[in-house]
Design a protein around this ligand. Structure first.
Ligand code: ACO
Length: 318
């Protein structure tokens, strides 16, 4: 028994914030943002939208593509760092919005690697025969945890959601999953606020040492891709599509260069989406499936790195 992605979906909020808009908000320039990050615009959720709202649209899209209904779903995993509330989990709130009763539903918190973590977890439920059709979602509203006066972070992120249906299959879909974490690097990327006495203590905004994050990301991404290749007796040049976490075009280009992959085998969405954390990989995947780039039987590698630090990869046959 195997697990295979049978449908993808995504949702981006209507409001678009361009680099030119940001020039009017903080001391920055379109040129600085584009050359350092590759980002030209990002989507921003409405004031009353929460992560489960974005997730709902993405899931409806994915279920339609897979040809299943809510009643076929027997597992929901939501990867998010920006949940609707402390509890219940965004997955439970989403389950109710989808009109599903009784299936297991939980959140995964692995920041920008969240989707890879969630997909690897769902694979264990589906390929072991415990579940037939899982909804795996990355949904984020980073606009709510950004300090809009801090130019070093507010230009980098965007909001959105992506989802897949992972179903039982007699043909291999997911070939291998690779997850890692190292809590000893938490100081270079965090949102260190906590809740105590009914109040937020410390800052809930993102705190980042950009250069250190950049170096760490490039190093571990290359390592985890090589690990996935070695495990499957493949060369990185065998990959048809690399779908990396969309944080920064320079991190993406650097990983591709180290792997000897031309950029026309790499799916890039960071220019239009910014960094949408756990949503970035399923958003990019859905884009490349819907525009016809990803074709049946192709070898696809998803990889991500994020706060924690966490990092990982999923290799699959489409
Ligand atoms: N506009 C204009 N100037 C800026 C801006 C801005 N938005 N932000 C910072 N600067 C300035 C800095 O103040 C600094 O000025 P100074 O030299 O006078 O002190 C100068 O630009 C250079 O700053 P650096 O931080 O050294 O710039 P760098 O080239 O490292 O680029 C960046 C910063 C884009 C954040 C880069 O380090 C990076 O991409 N790091 C990876 C971080 C990342 O992608 N994080 C996402 C979350 S983690 C993840 O998803 C893996």
């Amino acid at each position: 028994m195997y697990s295979r992605i049978t449908g993808t979906g995504s949702y981006l909020p209507e409001k678009i914030l361009t680099n030119l808009d940001l020039e009017r908000m903080v001391d920055t320039s379109d040129e600085w943002i584009r050359t350092r990050t590759g980002i030209t615009q990002r989507h921003i959720a409405g004031e009353n939208q929460v992560a489960s709202d974005l997730a709902l649209y993405a899931c409806q899209n994915a279920m339609q593509a897979a040809g299943v209904t809510s009643q076929d779903i027997d597992l929901i995993i939501v990867a998010t760092t920006t949940p609707d509330m402390i509890f219940p989990s965004t997955a439970c709130i989403l389950q109710n919005k989808l009109g599903i009763e009784n299936c297991p539903a939980f959140d995964v918190q692995a920041v920008c690697s969240g989707f890879v973590y969630a997909l690897a977890t769902a694979d264990m439920f589906v390929s072991s025969g415990k579940c037939r059709n899982a909804l795996v979602v990355g949904s984020e509203i980073y606009s709510k945890i950004l300090d809009w006066n801090d130019r070093s972070t507010c230009v980098l992120f965007g909001d959105g959601a992506g989802a897949v249906v992972l179903s039982q299959s007699d043909q291999p879909g997911i070939l291998s999953t690779h997850l890692h974490a190292s809590g000893s690097h938490s100081n270079i990327l965090s949102a260190p606020g906590s809740i105590s006495g009914g109040k937020v203590q410390g800052t809930p905004y993102i705190n980042m040492e950009g250069n250190a994050v950049f170096k760490f990301a490039v190093k571990v991404l290359e390592e985890v891709v090589q690990e996935a290749m070695a495990k499957n007796d493949l060369q990185s040049t065998d990959i048809d599509w690399l779908i990396p976490h969309q944080a920064n075009i320079r991190i993406i280009q650097s990983t591709a260069r180290k792997l000897g992959l031309p950029m026309d085998k790499v799916v890039v969405a960071v220019d239009k989406h910014g960094n949408t954390s756990a949503a970035s990989i399923p958003l990019a995947l859905d884009m490349a499936v819907r525009d016809g780039r990803i074709q049946r039987d192709q070898l696809v590698l998803l990889e991500g790195v994020g706060g924690g630090f966490t990092w990982g990869a999923v290799l699959l046959r489409w």
